[in-house]
Design a protein around this ligand. Structure first.
Ligand SMILES: Cc1ncc(COP(=O)(O)O)c(C=O)c1O
Length: 395
């Protein structure tokens, strides 16, 4: 199989697995234990904090390990809302992941917080003027804007948005789960106050994440108990996975520093070039100038994405329609709707996402498979009319 769904999840890097193994076997100690042997485990956790911090230009003590990206997002929002006195507006964007949007909806019910979703332009980037209008209302508790979108890979104007939020005295969180490890993320250069990370998007295991909490920012923990992670996230640490997250961060930093993920971008560009020249009725959606190196969001006139996925699976290629959380909605994703992509085009689009493990041979074989699938569907469906399709939300 050719796996081109790396925005959904990635394979654990062999060096990551190797780094984790001792902590799943002989180094099984609880890091809080008093005997000398447990110090090895505590040191390993310390190193992981350093490695994750280095990837985003933070300090190790600004990193809080969590159980997943969803927990990171929920924790930051909960912390800001719980601390808000009088202020009531949670400002976010219309293209966020459900781990932000659903939590915002819950807040409306539980805390009477108003949630405002700022729109994006046709290329999928945040409308900064509209963001400023929301900030001008003067009652913001937190602004939360994703760094890169999970469906399109489009990178947001984070530094500009942070500057605006800070001018208005509003703290800024970024869900950088699809950006960290794939594109340079610098918390100091942008000035973000909080940032979410998830390991399984860049070759660490599933079920481990992190929050960057800028030094000096108040953070109220979501989980309280034994006081692990400096009292900011209680619960016995998932040592092996945290070690894996650290190792993955080290590997991805080295790759980003060396070539900025040029190899992955080359695959994406080659795929798009071939699709655009060898097929009619193909459109690459979202900004071409601001996007992660690994993601391509492409529509194929006259084809249902669901049909394409079935055929591609048969031909040995795995990718997504929109995104793959399988909520079974028969409608375009909220991201595509916010970008103003027509329902027809949205329903005919695929998300193809590469990783460092893909090769040019796989890329060429995938293009051949997509061409075959598109020709087959067009011959059956006979042109651009598109029927109902399952477009999944939201990895
Ligand atoms: C942008 C974004 N935010 C949050 C999440 C949730 O992360 P996790 O799966 O680690 O809970 C995902 C995962 O699909 C994502 O793509």
């Amino acid at each position: 199989m050719i796996y081109l769904d790396s925005n959904a999840t990635t394979q654990v890097h062999p060096e990551v697995l190797e780094a984790m193994m001792p902590f799943l076997t002989e180094q099984c100690y609880n890091p809080s234990s008093g005997y000398r042997a447990a110090k090895v485990v505590r040191n390993a956790l310390g190193l992981a904090h350093e490695q994750v911090a280095a990837l985003i230009n933070a300090k190790p003590e600004e990193i809080v390990m969590t159980g997943c990206g969803t927990e990171s997002n929920n924790s930051v929002i909960a912390s800001a809302v719980n601390q808000s006195k009088g202020k009531k507006r949670f400002i976010t964007s219309a293209i966020e992941h459900s781990a932000v949007l659903r939590y915002g909806e819950a807040l409306v019910k539980s805390s009477g917080v108003e949630v405002e979703q700022v729109g994006v332009c046709a290329s999928g980037r945040l409308l900064l003027e509209d963001f400023e209008k929301s900030l001008n209302k003067g009652d913001g508790v937190l602004a939360s804007m994703m760094w890169a979108n999970n469906e399109t890979g489009v990178i947001q104007p984070i530094a500009e948005a942070v500057a605006l939020a800070h001018e208005h005295g509003v703290a800024f969180h970024s869900d950088a789960i699809q950006a960290v490890g794939k594109t340079p993320v610098d918390v100091r250069a942008t000035g973000v106050d909080f940032l979410s990370i998830s390991g399984h998007k860049f070759h660490a295991p599933k079920g481990v994440g992190a929050i960057y909490v800028r030094e000096g920012m108040r953070f109220e923990p979501l989980l309280r108990g034994g006081g692990q992670e400096g009292g900011r996230r209680s619960g016995t640490e998932n040592v092996a996975s945290i070690v894996g997250l650290g190792k993955a961060a080290e590997i991805m930093k080295q790759r980003l520093d060396t070539d900025g993920h040029a190899g992955v971008a080359e695959l994406r560009d080659h795929l798009e070039k071939r699709l655009l020249t060898e097929l009619d009725g193909v459109c690459v959606n979202g900004s071409l100038d601001y996007r992660t190196a690994n993601t391509s969001h492409v529509s194929f006139d006259g084809c249902e994405a669901a049909g394409l996925l079935i055929l591609l699976d048969e031909y040995g290629v795995q990718c997504s329609a929109g995104s793959a959380c399988m909520t079974g909605k028969q409608q375009p994703s909220h991201v595509q709707t916010a970008m103003g992509i027509s329902p027809q085009q949205a329903k005919s689009s695929l998300r193809i996402s590469f990783s460092i493990f893909n090769t040019m041979e796989e890329c060429d074989a995938a293009v051949d498979a997509v061409k075959k699938a598109v020709h087959k569907l067009r011959s059956v469906q006979g042109g651009p009319s598109v029927g109902p399709v399952q477009v999944y939300t939201s990895h």
